[in-house]
Design a binder for this molecule. Sequence first.
Ligand code: SAM
Length: 207
Amino acid sequence: MRKSLVRKLREKGITNERVLDAIGKIPRHWFFDDIFVEHAYQDKAFPIAEGQTISQPYTVAFQTDLLDVSPGKKILEIGTGSGYQACVLVENGVDLVTIEYKEKLSVLAQKMLKFMGYTPKFIIGDGSLGCDKFAPYDGIIVTAGAPTVPQALVDQLKPGGHLIIPVGDRNTQRMLRLTKQSDGRISKEEYSNFSFVPLLGDDGWRK
Ligand code: SAM
């Protein structure tokens, strides 16, 4: 079933072999309750606890590809959620810090990833402010929809680094890739529309 998911992602245009290898290796069904396990290898988002979702595999692959990861890069993920995206990033060899607003979700993800043998740094807090403690980052990936680009995330990016963030209203967001140039200027590339749960917090949606 994982092979067929990888095939589907190739058909949809994903070509990054490291990302496809990771998705082909990680048991996504472990993130699902037994009664929902048939949904695990469909290319769709699915509800998890606390009204949140495990991202669609295509979205995980698309964002990871834009992030341009390679072994040893320090990456900040905002929105740990189930922890699945974190597994894909760690499989790509990055040094990952992952932050989640909802304590219950982070605790569940910490247990699951420990069981699977993945050991990113987990933080519980408001990722709309980034995570200053481990900054600067080679890349930042936001897995919730933001109303605007939080300035803290731009500030915490290294020169040459990418910030991948969906920005828009509560229903639809445009995927953006912001790149910090060596002189500190920011360039912006825009991709297609996605639909994420809201980025909450001080520099996200207030409610
Ligand atoms: N990456 C996740 C995965 O692989 O399962 C999917 C994440 S889900 C689409 C978005 C997550 O962002 C939710 O778990 C939500 O609680 C979290 N979130 C929302 N606002 C946040 C914030 N300000 N800081 C950190 N996490 C936040």
